[in-house]
Design a protein around this ligand. Structure first.
Ligand code: PEP
Length: 254
């Protein structure tokens, strides 16, 4: 079985104290992860060190950054390089979240640069893709996501997909309370799986976890995660409540 992953995305939420007590509640819950299960928590840059210290001794729980630069180093005020993350002990990063594509105008080509920087520095990447509502309404979601993957994953060298996780997040379902139906999620995940198999070969493609993101909550997590090509979720809103996120972790396939 592929890895099954519950990933939290705190976005730009929670004060340092609130972040600390949320993470403490999660850690204190003492949940047991099965061998193939993982938990990833993506926190604001400033909280990376505090959060990593808190999960240091917990098997299967990792802290992620929410972005990294497409560049090595240089005059890029405000940016954080993949190398800086890696040298600071961070092993996971989200690349291509739809909010960064929208508000920071990140293109598929720029995201290829970020992905390559992250992988070259041995980070595991959660690479996000997904279509806006207008594309879903005209029925072109497969072509749209294929272009996102083709244009950003095109420079990967053999073996680099070992550190790749895909998150399919239909933009119309993020933070809206609208969730894709289990059938819509499974169809897109199967399509993404097929695209990965074509790119990397079946053995490698079948090992890449594909997470669903878009208003995942305790009430719908088990049903969505139960689909054959859904390997867990990337969770925004519901990851800000320990009780909800813990229930989502418990909904992973064992
Ligand atoms: C996200 O931030 O990636 C996300 C899926 O958010 P939400 O769960 O709030 O829809």
């Amino acid at each position: 079985m592929r890895k099954q992953i519950a990933a939290a995305n705190w976005k730009m939420n929670l004060s340092p104290e609130e972040g600390k007590s949320l993470l403490a509640e999660i850690v204190d819950a003492n949940f047991k992860l099965e061998k193939k299960q993982e938990v990833i928590i993506a926190v604001p840059f400033l909280y990376l060190s505090m959060a990593s210290g808190m999960v240091e001794n917990i098997n299967g729980v990792h802290i992620a950054a929410q972005d990294c630069s497409a560049y090595d180093n240089g005059a890029y005020t405000g940016q954080v390089s993949a190398e800086m993350l890696s040298q600071s002990g961070i092993s996971y990063v989200i690349v291509g979240h739809s909010e960064r594509r929208q508000y920071n105008h990140e293109t598929n080509k720029e995201l290829a640069g970020k992905l390559n920087q992250a992988l070259a520095n041995h980070l595991t990447v959660i690479f996000c893709c997904g279509e806006p509502l207008s594309v879903r309404e005209e029925g072109s979601q497969e072509m749209y996501v294929k272009i996102q993957l083709d244009e950003s994953l095109c420079m990967l060298s053999p073996g680099q997909h070992d550190n790749l996780i895909i998150a399919y997040e239909p933009i119309w379902a993020i933070g809206t309370g609208k969730t894709a139906s289990t059938q819509q999620a499974q169809e897109m995940h199967a399509f993404i799986r097929h695209t990965l198999n074509e790119k990397f070969g079946e053995d490698a493609g079948n090992e890449i976890p594909i997470l669903y993101g878009g208003s995942v909550k305790p009430a719908n997590a088990a049903e969505i995660f139960g689909q054959p090509d859904v390997d867990g979720g990337l969770v925004g809103g519901a990851s800000l409540e320990a009780k909800d996120f813990l229930e989502i972790i418990r909904s992973l396939k064992a």
